[in-house]
Design a protein around this ligand. Structure first.
Ligand SMILES: [Zn+2]
Ligand SMILES: [Zn+2]
Length: 327
């Protein structure tokens, strides 16, 4: 970008246009911002067109910084995290006073939100066991949650102090809600058909997830002793963000978790010792966290391909659906 360009020196129309775009997309990455900023700047000075490749990482960050200052009085901030599978840095507009669920309540009915809660319970409880930390759900599994089970009703009416009047949704409605939540940027849908929380949802729901799913051990000990020890929401030892896709310590009883993209950094920080940062066991053939954990017997099949940094290495076809399908 040329020196005399007024980019980012003061908050101007280009910033406003960029903010408008971010308000509608909610998340942005540097690669997606390049053509956007180029178009905005070109519209501002048509006689001096700007090309996407003219937008440097620094230009982009300058815009992010300028917006951050500008939006803070409106209880908004821009947070960023590294996407667990694409490994891209994602910037998201986050509301600092109302959590994601409150925001969703403006566009979704109470029955829809109750369904969403059952889906989240499935992601973080049913499909997140010591044996398989999947933390994702297939469409068919989600549709089975369209209507609350008797147990759900009991829990809901206890929590809300009401007589379980949650009638649930029809399958069609439930399917539609899953699609809407994806369109709104709360869910992601993988190539293999798993819904999981998006990077933005994880940023916004971090506190809520810990509050709801951790520290509840003794409640309904259906899965017995081991389950009682199982902390549902775990954090990467390297970057301290939630892990819903990544690697787990080869020792099934250890809480050590790392994102795939954080493994190298962790080992470097340990002076090259390729061991679990928590229990120090050698980090070979780590288990999978995420939809890969759903396949047959993960503990054996996961590391098969390329050794320890192979979180994307061994791509085997999913043979049968996961055991956790049964309820
Ligand atoms: Zn990490
Ligand atoms: Zn460990």
């Amino acid at each position: 970008m040329s020196q005399d360009d007024p980019i980012a020196s003061t908050y101007n129309n280009t910033h406003r246009a960029f903010l408008q775009a971010l308000l509608s997309t909610q998340t942005i990455t540097y690669p997606t911002a390049k053509p956007l900023l180029a178009a905005i700047l070109t519209a501002q000075t048509p006689d001096r067109p700007t090309l996407p490749e003219d937008i440097s990482q620094e230009d982009f960050e300058t815009y992010i910084d300028a917006l951050t200052t500008q939006i803070s009085p409106f209880d908004l901030e821009i947070r960023s995290t590294v996407h667990q599978t694409s490994k891209e840095r994602i910037y998201a507009l986050v509301n600092t006073t109302s959590d994601a669920l409150t925001q969703m309540s403006t566009t979704h009915s109470a029955d829809e939100l109750a369904f969403l809660k059952r889906v989240l319970d499935a992601m973080f409880e049913t499909y997140n066991t010591p044996r398989a930390e999947i933390m994702a759900i297939k469409s068919l599994q989600a549709l089975r949650l369209a209507r609350p089970s008797g147990e759900d009703r009991r829990r809901e009416s206890q929590a809300a102090n009401t007589q379980g009047k949650d009638a649930g949704l029809t399958q069609v409605q439930a399917e539609k809600v899953m699609g809407t939540l994806k369109d709104e940027g709360w869910f992601e849908l993988s190539a293999k058909g798993y819904y999981s929380l998006s990077a933005r949802a994880l940023m916004e729901l971090r506190g809520w997830l810990v509050e709801i799913y951790n520290d509840h051990e003794e409640e309904d000990g259906q899965d017995e002793d081991e389950e009682a020890e199982h902390v549902k929401i775990k954090f990467c030892t390297a970057c301290k963000e939630i892990v819903t896709v990544g690697q787990r310590c080869p020792d099934v009883n250890c809480q050590g978790r790392l994102h795939g993209h954080c493994v190298k950094n962790m080992f470097r920080a340990q002076q090259g010792r390729e061991q679990c940062p928590v229990c120090k066991v050698v980090w070979t053939e780590p288990g999978a966290v995420g939809e890969k954990a759903a396949r047959g017997d993960v503990r054996q099949s996961n590391g098969g391909g390329g050794g320890r940094q192979s979180n994307g290495g061994a791509r085997r076809e999913e043979v049968v659906d996961e055991e956790s399908d049964s309820e």
